[in-house]
Design a protein around this ligand. Structure first.
Ligand SMILES: [Cu+2]
Length: 138
């Protein structure tokens, strides 16, 4: 009896972990800044052009779809681990319509811009689908 219960629990745990692995598995691909270039000195507003080899899809259409995503800019902030929802504030900008360009108003000085792709529920795909650049605003 005890071994039957253990087996049942084990099977349950295995299916839980299998599901978790599927949910947070990022698509294969790469995201890059087409502009600005890493190390560039630019003036504000900064034109940012984002590129992705993963197909872009507006947020919310299908949160379970892990073959597509949308861009995010994380400004002067820590990375968001895979599976964590990216917050929405002035340091975390979502491009939930599938946009690839924006103009950012930044104060003069050095800034770190991180591009991060995430799924339809804004869950980060983690470092595999992220790129970080450092720029100086005049
Ligand atoms: Cu988002």
């Amino acid at each position: 009896m005890r071994s039957t219960i253990s087996l049942f629990l084990l099977a349950g745990m295995m299916s839980f972990f299998a599901q978790a692995a599927i949910v947070f598995e990022p698509p294969k691909g790469k995201v890059t800044f087409a502009a600005p270039k890493d190390g560039a000195t630019v003036s504000s507003p900064v034109k940012v052009v984002m590129s992705s080899t993963v197909k872009l899809r507006p947020a919310g259409e299908d949160p379970q779809d892990h073959h597509t995503g949308h861009h995010h800019l994380i400004i002067d902030s820590a990375p968001i681990a895979a599976g964590q929802v990216i917050p929405t504030d002035d340091k975390h900008v979502h491009f939930g319509k599938g946009q690839t360009e924006t103009e950012l108003k930044l104060a003069p000085g050095e800034h770190t811009l991180m591009l991060q792709l995430a799924d339809g529920a804004h869950r980060s795909y983690g470092p595999a689908l992220s790129e970080t650049i450092h720029i100086t605003v005049k």
